[in-house]
Design a binder for this molecule. Structure first.
Ligand SMILES: Cc1ncc(COP(=O)(O)O)c(C=O)c1O
Length: 389
């Protein structure tokens, strides 16, 4: 019913993703937005806002709190109250606010790598010590390395207070299971940590048999010591509209977070709020079809690249991002920088080094089948040339 094959020209727009390679024949599969227009219901809501023609101060966001509460109940069986929601212009902003509000200057912040770069910059921006624990990769599955973390904590000069969780995890596409989240909670309780869970990719679940589990929803204790960051931006492709939110049921955490924000943020943009409301109320069918399309894109990449055994793919359970280990390839063919190697072949991927894991690249498959196929052909040609040389 929805046409995800239809190509919208973004080359001549202000798209960050496409502008990076303006004038060059490089297909951009890097920054995490999709090449699809937003759902028709979102476009209609934006058009309705525009048609009204008056853009004065708005209180629309107060009404949308109810829509978010209903959505979270419907999608995740997670009960929150309208008052638990704090509006934000973006999740990176939320990570930075959490780092400042939920730890003190003499306390460290934990995160697990490889990770979306702001998880590492937010603690540093706040002047906090960052404690990084590398995730363990076991047969394509990524896990927390509790032994490593316990050892680091035992040796740490500065004790941590906050843990930044990415659920699902960008860039490896991992959906944390209930057991893993429970283990994380147990760890957080033992070390008296607050958990800030970034769940921006929560709706992009590719495995049909599974459901996203918000960390805060697993128990009362998890809710008590956490804050969750969410947005319609990834799923409904409205990242440029800057409408996001935090949810904290614990008033102590919520108030600390809100206090840091006081006076620094104005109301949300009316267009972002309208898009958020339409996305959460009217786009379930669109989302279902999007997921079918993304799943097929993921499967196409796996089918095309699996024969190249010098590349190791982490097949994502969630997100439209695919994490590729090219270390074997780099060693074998003396490639210094895998991102540049593929860029020279006409495909713009994200460099693993930015996620704290050089030798890897991240491929964004939130694009049309035609663009993806063309990008894969270019990658395969470059790989074949290596083996032929
Ligand atoms: C895990 C994660 N958090 C946050 C963001 C960015 O959020 P925002 O654009 O709302 O700042 C991204 C974008 O890729 C992301 O992957």
């Amino acid at each position: 019913m929805y046409d995800f094959d239809k190509i919208t020209d973004r080359k001549h727009s202000y798209s960050k993703k496409w502008r990076k390679y303006a004038g060059k024949d490089i297909l951009p599969l890097w920054v995490a937005d999709m090449d699809f227009p937003a759902p028709p219901a979102v476009l209609a809501a934006l058009q309705g806002t525009l048609d009204h023609g008056v853009f004065g101060y708005s209180m629309h966001q107060e009404e949308v709190r109810r829509d978010i509460v209903d959505y979270l109940q419907r999608e995740y069986n997670w009960g929150v109250a309208e008052k638990d929601i704090i509006w934000l212009p973006g999740l990176v902003c939320g990570l930075n606010l959490a780092s400042q509000a939920l730890s003190d200057v003499d306390q460290a912040i934990i995160t697990a790598t490889p990770i979306y770069p702001p998880f590492m910059s937010a603690p540093l921006n706040a002047g906090r010590e960052l404690l990084k624990t590398p995730l363990l990769e076991v047969n394509g599955d990524w896990r927390w390395n509790w032994d490593d973390l316990e050892k680091q904590l035992a040796a740490a000069r500065i004790k941590p207070k906050l843990l930044l969780l990415c659920n699902p995890h960008n860039p490896v596409g991992k959906m944390w299971t209930r057991e893993e989240l429970e283990q994380l909670l147990e760890f957080a309780i033992r070390h008296d940590l607050v958990v800030c869970s970034d769940e921006i990719h929560c709706d992009l679940i590719l495995d049909e048999s599974r459901k996203h589990i918000p960390f805060a929803s697993i128990s009362k204790e998890a809710a008590e010591r956490s804050i969750t960051l969410m947005a319609p931006s990834k799923t409904y492709n409205v990242a440029g509209l800057n409408c996001s939110f935090a949810i904290a049921t614990n008033p102590l955490i919520r108030n600390k977070f809100a206090k840091i924000m006081r006076g620094l943020f104005g109301d949300l943009n009316s267009f972002g709020v309208a898009a958020c409301q339409a996305a959460y109320n009217e786009c379930d069918d669109w989302k279902k079809e999007l997921l079918i399309y993304l799943r097929a894109n993921r499967d196409l990449i796996v089918q095309i690249l699996t024969p190249y055994t010098d590349l190791q793919l982490s097949i994502p359970e969630a997100t439209y991002l695919l994490w590729i280990d090219g270390r074997k390839l780099c060693t074998k063919y003396k490639i210094d920088n895998l991102q540049q190697f593929f860029e020279q072949a006409g495909v713009g991927l994200s460099d693993g080094a930015e996620f704290d894991l050089p030798g890897f690249v991240r491929l964004n498959f939130g694009t049309s089948r035609v663009t993806l196929t063309q990008a894969l052909e270019r990658m395969v040609t470059a790989l074949d040339q290596l083996t032929a040389s």
